[in-house]
Design a protein around this ligand. Structure first.
Ligand code: MEV
Length: 449
């Protein structure tokens, strides 16, 4: 499609843009203008974004929405959500409102431990390695004292280090498995720095082992890295109410709603095809708040999906019971989050998002984000088991079409009222809009612009 380029990252921003727009666009000026129109008007703010990553040429906007009325552990929150999918914020707000009147969300932090590994190869006597490891364990920990000093002062640090024999799965494969408490930070840099130091100390110390052969001393460090799978950094969020209080949807009794809802959850528990979509809906709520609060949504996604497969079969992240007239619905997920360091201190919108939430600590944020996922799943299942999902989606779809047609708010309402009991197919919406404007086609409206 275009000629390859050497040394692109060394070019100035202007030169990068020139190369891209000249090589890849029929109208380079128009492309440059588009990129520039998304630059921040304040150069220091733009510089901040430029410096987040390499080769920044512009910014990619996502809507920053808010979902009010979340009652979580007795406190009211308005959740910040960075997401492009049209119905997510509305669904979250609807669920929040529903559960606010029924006691709100209750959260429990089950554990906060994070984990990382030094993966290495040792081709020798496993017993000797184990004895050696026991003898140097305290030295290994001491070697990271400088790195862990600040974290220890905040109440965190390294909680354990173990040698794991994995040779039944791969020849010579061993791990140092290290567990961490990282307080209010996600801790990725901290964990990786400790692990790299462990690897170094391990390799150095083994050289002094008199009872090991040269081949045994020649351990190969494959890699030292945190795991994004954090099943011991776990949070639970729950809602519950008497079944009779599930009375908000016309056309279905609370008892039928509860049963249908529970079956929908059960289907996701047993059927991976449904579980994937079910959990995707949960992640709509989770990712949006994770992103708005400057956390790593890829890490959270990876952890949640691994957790959903922990039994060997991919299953639902939420669960539901109906017992003695009480409806209970909960989520249990691994969430490794930070409220200090990284983007949380750099990105002004992240600071704003955390400010909106009352500057929560990492554990509070775990509860808030788990509640967001649960709320999203409740909204999806409620819609799916009653009116169907398309009604809400189609309304958004209708508004998107009208926005593209540059309809006024009044026109949007008129067209929305017309389609209240009809499916808003694109062609029909355009026709209705044209009828309202007294024209035959939209091009007649735009031709004079
Ligand atoms: C769409 O983004 C999410 C849903 O498909 C989730 C679900 O089906 O549970 C509505």
């Amino acid at each position: 499609m275009h000629t390859p380029i050497k040394g692109f990252s060394k070019l100035s921003k202007k030169a990068k843009i020139e190369w891209i727009t000249n090589e890849m666009f029929a109208n380079p000026n128009e492309a440059v203008e588009l990129l520039q129109s998304y630059w921040h008007k304040e150069s220091d703010k733009q510089k901040l974004h430029d410096d987040f990553i390499e080769n920044t040429i512009s910014n990619y906007f996502l809507p920053f929405g808010v979902a009010p009325n979340f009652l979580i552990d007795g406190k009211h929150y308005t959740l910040p959500m960075a997401i492009e999918e049209s119905s997510v914020v509305a669904a979250a707000s609807k669920s929040a409102q529903f559960w606010m009147k029924r006691g709100g969300f209750k959260t429990t932090i089950i554990s906060t431990t994070k984990i990382g590994h030094v993966h290495f190869i040792y081709n020798g006597d496993a017993e000797k390695l184990s004895t050696f490891f026991t003898s140097i364990k305290s030295k290994i920990l001491e070697s990271t004292e400088e790195i862990t000093a600040n974290m220890r002062a905040r109440g965190g640090g390294i909680s354990s280090v173990e040698l794991i024999n994995k040779t039944d799965q791969m020849e010579g494969y061993f791990q140092l498995e290290v567990k961490f408490e990282t307080c209010d930070s996600m801790g990725a840099n901290f964990i990786n720095s400790c692990l790299e130091q462990f690897a170094k100390t391990l390799k150095e110390e083994i050289q002094h082992q008199e009872n090991m052969s040269a081949a045994e001393k020649d351990i190969q460090i494959v890699m030292s890295i945190l795991s994004n799978y954090t099943p011991e950094c776990l949070v639970r969020a729950e809602v519950s109410c008497p079944i009779s209080d599930l009375d908000a949807d016309p056309g279905i009794t609370p008892e039928d709603f509860a049963l249908k809802f529970k079956r929908a959850v059960q289907i996701a528990e047993i059927e991976p095809y449904r579980a994937t979509t079910h959990n995707k809906g949960i992640m709509n709520g989770i990712d949006a708040v994770v992103l708005a609060t400057g956390n790593d949504f890829r890490a959270v996604e990876a952890a949640c999906h691994t957790y959903a497969s922990r039994s060997g079969k991919y299953t639902s992240l939420t669960h539901c019971t109906i017992d003695n007239g009480t409806f209970r619905f909960w989520i249990e997920i691994p969430l490794s989050l930070g409220v200090v360091g990284g983007l949380t201190t750099l990105h002004p919108m992240v600071k704003f998002a955390l400010g909106m939430l009352g500057k929560p600590n990492a554990q509070e944020l775990m509860g808030i984000i788990a509640s967001s996922g649960l709320a999203q799943n409740f909204a999806a299942l409620r819609a799916l088991t009653t009116t169907g999902i398309q009604k809400g989606h189609m309304k958004m779809h209708l508004f998107n079409i009208l926005t593209q047609l540059e309809a006024t708010e009044e026109e949007k309402q008129t067209v929305a009222t017309f389609f209240v009991d009809k499916v808003p197919h694109h062609k029909d919406v355009v026709n209705k809009f044209c009828e309202l404007r007294g024209v035959k086609t939209p091009s007649e409206i735009f031709k004079n612009k």
